[in-house]
Design a protein. Structure first.
Ligand SMILES: [Mn+2]
Length: 411
């Protein structure tokens, strides 16, 4: 069922738990409406812009919802303003240029339909898990706005852009889209918004679409890594961060316990994550915080031990990269929730990222803890970091994957 319309949770919806029921409140228009827990679960299926058919499929697979029932609920959600309808500017030929680096924002199920996309950006405006200063929920929108000053994607020619330093085209031939933000029911910690992101990352990973998730606080890396673990039996994580994000807690009840400063404990519980490399750690703690799967390069050690870093990276598994922008020195990157002096300079971080991404198979990226302030340059720095990583990763894939994919196709 092809459809020219797509649907998404009302952007200004805030839902509060009133103990015996939930209250949906449109924070722009002011109206309020009671919703049941069941209805909330259905609303969540519209977390990311998608077609009616895709929402139905999801609800049918998950809850056994019938088509007749779905038609009624779908109509009700739109009538009440809980879900919004968008016009069909988002098609494969679209050029709305509202996404990262002037890519187009395209509904999720269109990204997944056929083979026409190598890389997808996903915004995760979630900062319920901060221990100090919130605001990272504004990062995806902010970065979409400023990133176009660095790189302007041309989806028709796919010519990329010329880099005078390397005398090469950047991202030539790479097909990129932006799936917009994962919206969700506010005030639900580690809940459905996490599940939606996990499913999105899993779906992209299955189709070999490189996912770039823009946080949000650092806890959003957990659903990203969980999503990858559904599709990869063994991989590693490379974490750039001022803080190890270990609390050394037991994480059986991670939905209650996880926040942005301890989510790595939950990552450690995933058997598929066989190795973690932490770079830039410098926060004082009461005791050493590490784990037997972890190799740490604290402070700026990695800058002086590049050979050791490359040796530490296993070449029999791919890696996921998560960049907490507080790995940078606050003189470079003050726009973060928990800044810590003594961090990497921009050039040092860029060199390390280049070193790693040119040698290692990378299967996903997230950028977290960016808290936009008034200075636009902070957003440009973060955007450049993303651009640099994805251009290296895509180049690596071109060199290594084309051959193996062809070999696979021919066999
Ligand atoms: Mn962190």
């Amino acid at each position: 069922m092809k459809n020219d319309l797509y649907y998404k949770i009302n952007d200004s919806l805030v839902i509060s738990d009133e103990q015996d029921h939930y209250l949906a409140w449109d924070s722009k228009e002011g109206w309020k409406i009671e919703v049941t827990k069941q209805l909330l679960a259905i609303i969540q299926a519209y977390a990311i812009a998608t077609t009616k058919a895709a929402v139905f499929q999801q609800l049918h697979d998950k809850y056994g919802v019938t088509e007749e029932f779905f038609e009624d609920v779908h109509a009700y959600l739109i009538e009440q303003g809980l879900v919004q309808v968008y016009q069909a500017e988002a098609s494969k030929e679209t050029t709305n240029k509202n996404g990262m680096f002037q890519t187009s924002i395209v509904p999720m199920d269109q990204c997944l339909d056929g083979d026409w996309c190598d890389l997808a950006f996903i915004g995760m405006p979630y900062d319920l898990n901060v221990t100090y200063k919130p605001g990272t929920r504004f990062a995806p929108g902010y970065l979409r706005r400023v990133s176009g000053s660095l790189f302007q994607y041309n989806g028709t020619s796919l010519q990329g852009m010329y880099d005078p330093i390397t005398n090469q085209q950047v991202l030539e031939g790479i097909r990129m889209v932006d799936c917009g933000d994962v919206n969700a029911v506010a005030f639900e910690k580690n809940g459905k918004q996490f599940d939606a992101l996990k499913e999105i990352i899993q779906a992209f990973s299955k189709k070999n679409i490189f996912p770039v998730t823009i946080g949000g606080d650092h806890s959003i890396s957990l659903p990203c890594i969980q999503g990858l673990s559904m599709n990869h039996s063994a991989f590693g994580v490379i974490q750039f961060d001022a803080h190890s994000d270990f609390g050394l807690n037991k994480m059986e009840k991670w939905r209650e316990a996880v926040h942005h400063g301890n989510f790595m404990d939950a990552v450690m519980d995933l058997d598929q994550v066989e190795h973690v490399v932490q770079i830039g750690i410098r926060q004082l703690t009461n005791q050493p915080l590490t784990h037997d799967k972890v190799t740490q390069f604290p402070g700026n050690h990695a800058c002086n031990k590049k050979e050791e870093l490359l040796t530490a990276l296993r070449d029999d598994i791919p890696y996921y990269v998560t960049i907490d922008v507080d790995v940078l020195d606050p003189s470079v990157m003050p726009a973060t929730g928990t800044p810590l002096p003594g961090g990497l300079l921009y050039r040092e971080l860029r060199d390390l990222l280049e070193l790693i991404t040119k040698r290692t198979h990378i299967i996903g990226l997230d950028i977290v803890e960016f808290l936009p302030q008034e200075k636009e340059i902070d957003g440009v720095i973060v955007s450049e970091m993303i651009l640099n990583v994805i251009s290296n990763v895509m180049e690596w894939e071109n060199e290594h994957f084309t051959e193996s994919t062809n070999a696979f196709t021919n066999s």
